[in-house]
Design a protein around this ligand. Sequence first.
Ligand code: Z5A
Length: 209
Amino acid sequence: MSGKLITIEGGEGAGKSTVIATIVAVLEQRGLRVQTAREPGGTVLGEAVRELVLGPAHHGMSAEAELLLMFASRAQLVRERVLPALAAGEWVVSDRFTDASFAYQGGGRGIDGGCIAELERWAVGIKPDITFLLDVCVDVGLERARGRGGELDRIESEASSFFERVRTRYRQRAAAEPERFRVIDAGAPVKQVVTEVQHALHAWLDASA
Ligand code: Z5A
């Protein structure tokens, strides 16, 4: 089997960390070689961009600058790690990818989806093979995320209405591409979320074997 790109998406506190660990475990049980990445980040350049874009220093950042920084990080990640890994037969599991730009900068900030699609085509050039969307109502997700303590980052400090628009855009994307997305009820208890992800992943792996 050649390498594939699996992405995990969702709003704040959706539980991506647990789901990523579940996905990696399933793939490794099947004898596949797996790398993980996160966005923004995943490379030295990407981690520097993450600091810029999420850190508190740039409160006046424009939506357009934010979008371009997300794509700068992604362009580097794809060329430095994802494409070489896939070419070597390794699987990549990424905590967020381009769908996050459509949801946060498109839905949340109101940037035209056509501009984002053009950046996806030009700067990224690949799409995930399968995407798990962890869908949870905004209040529950924010309560979980904020319950962890620590400082809120620049985007986490947005109002609930922003995160409602993000969730809506994610759900619209999942509805438009049902063959790629698996929508998981992330408001359910962790055990149930893990079981649902395992079933969906095994079914997809068996079907694409
Ligand atoms: N961003 C963007 O705007 N545009 C882009 O193109 C990209 C990103 C790529 C990246 O942050 C930020 O960048 C993010 C989007 C933006 N914005 N914000 N804000 P990130 O992805 O690194 O971090 P995050 O989204 O803020 O992640 P998070 O809040 O840490 O969510 P999570 O990883 O999904 O949650 P978790 O840490 O796994 O779980 C949160 C807590 O809930 C934890 O205590 C768990 O034990 C608990 N939990 C998890 N699942 C459950 C269930 N099922 N029941 C009960 N409790 C649970």
